[in-house]
Design a protein around this ligand. Structure first.
Ligand SMILES: [Zn+2]
Length: 185
């Protein structure tokens, strides 16, 4: 015995199904390059500005005016890394002091998913300073590797006191000191 599933009754097809409106384009077609983040979306760094008005400017080449702005843009580059590892990995590399930075290849490998950022404090690092420090805490989620569909992703927090210097008008990340006891977010 064959039953007709609910919602799939026989009858004339609806006009919409027979003649799809060509003006209603696939939303994905409006963004043919998924590697480029939409500049109108909220910035991953959580500033409250759009990506285009915040970290997107620095990812496109404008110099970050403060150490905190550079730190936020580096966080956003990490958050967006899987969307375009070559582009955002290169940004992390070029904003890292040459004497301490890893090889470019190490920076193009997506790590955990970065969920949230909070700036705890800044010391100097302003437009007229040549050095600066920013302490932040960031929350992340490890990519799910488990075979168990019921398992939850591993979440964690990272707190770091980062040091920066300004060279030829551009801030560079030097290094950071991790906290053993990250603050809450
Ligand atoms: Zn931002």
């Amino acid at each position: 015995m064959i039953e007709t599933p609910p919602g799939r009754r026989s009858g004339p097809p609806s006009p919409a199904a027979e003649h799809p409106d060509p003006a209603r384009s696939d939303p994905a077609a409006e963004h043919p390059d998924p590697a480029q983040p939409d500049s109108a979306v909220p910035c991953p760094c959580g500033s409250g500005d759009t990506y285009g008005a915040c970290c997107g400017r620095f990812h496109s080449g404008a110099p970050a005016p403060t150490a905190e702005a550079l730190m936020r843009s580096r966080y956003s580059a990490n958050a967006l890394l899987s969307a375009d590892p070559a582009r955002f990995g290169a940004y992390l590399h070029q904003t890292w002091a040459p004497e301490t930075r890893p090889e470019l290849a190490e920076l193009t490998t997506p790590g955990p998913r970065w969920r949230r950022l909070a700036i705890l404090s800044t010391t100097t690092g302003g437009p007229f300073d040549s050095t600066g420090a920013v302490e932040f805490v960031a929350a992340y989620e490890e990519a799910e590797q488990s075979q168990d569909p019921g398992s939850r992703p591993l979440r964690g927090r990272l707190q770091e006191l980062s040091r920066f210097r300004r060279e030829s008008g551009r801030w560079l990340y030097i290094d950071g000191q991790l906290s053993d006891d990250p603050a809450g977010l």
